[in-house]
Design a binder for this molecule. Sequence first.
Ligand SMILES: *Cc1c(COP(=O)(O)O)cnc(C)c1O
Length: 358
Amino acid sequence: MTIVDAVAEPLPRAVIDLAALRRNVAHLAAIAAPAETMLAVKADAYGHGLLPIAEAGLEAGATSLAVLEVPAGLVLRRAGIRVPILAWLHGQDTEWRAAIEHDIELGISAVWQLEAIAAAGADRPAVVHLKVDTGLSRNGATREEWPRLVDAALALQERGVVRLRAAWSHLADASIADDEAALAEFRDAVAEAEARGARFEILHLAASSAGIRMPEARFDLVRFGIAAYGYSPFDDTTGTELGLIPVMRLEAPVVEVHVGGTTHARLAIGYGDGVPTLGIAKSAVQLNGRRCPVIAVEADAMLVDVGNQRVSVGDTAILFGSGASGEVTAEQYADWAETIADEMVTGVTARVPRVYVG
Ligand SMILES: *Cc1c(COP(=O)(O)O)cnc(C)c1O
């Protein structure tokens, strides 16, 4: 009997440099100190993979984790992670009791959420972070609703149903003036809650942007997301300029070469893998040390112009990475595609294997 090896379909891959992640987190934690560092691992750690990123971030100095929803928090708990985990996006199907009994701390924006906690009948108090909207208008009690939310939390604390851990909010990062107005609004809301009898263990407001550039917004804890992955939260500065290293390198093998007046290479990666279709005329990939303009992006492949250089099937093209091999970063690719680095890395779809190094 003859055994014929099936030729494995060549795959793109996202190489995740955990050493870079650790360096970024350590760098940011040093900037934020004495405030603590919470690492935002929402959206599968911005596409980098929830668990490996959470573990590496905690090794490097993060002391807590932020997820959007309870299920991601439960995944972290099941993996044995014991640090504080904050989840703040809740719906009608939120598993309140499981969250509380697995010590997932809960961001709370509305009285109905406190009522759901009271009805959950958990075996311990829920640890809650009351969220006030300071202008972003996305999740968080409005200033009109805030007193009622605080009073409801205080009443439940009295009954041992909740423990008031924090007051917090999120900045829009639209402009320095906006963030300063939001900071004042936040201080005001905290003072109002305190006047009603609330005693918060901690306050937190800043994400990457204010965590880096607005010391007065750091309070007790900074929730770092995008900067930890190596990208700048600012339009006027790159991650590299901030001393950060992009963590993800997106690469794809050459699967076909068409030699003609100019040589075209077909890469095994396309929009089904998260490659943007916007800005194709401006985009380029790095192949054998050279920038090669993108000609077309299809569902599972893309075509690049390799000029007159020699290219072979099996060579690896880099779409974006740390810049160490002359490739662009996700920030540059995002500029071509008229988006942001967050969306570039988070948009790499699940069918692209994540490969961990470092
Ligand atoms: C995503 C998010 C963060 C992290 O934001 P970055 O700008 O990526 O640092 C922090 N806090 C909340 C509430 C978030 O949703």
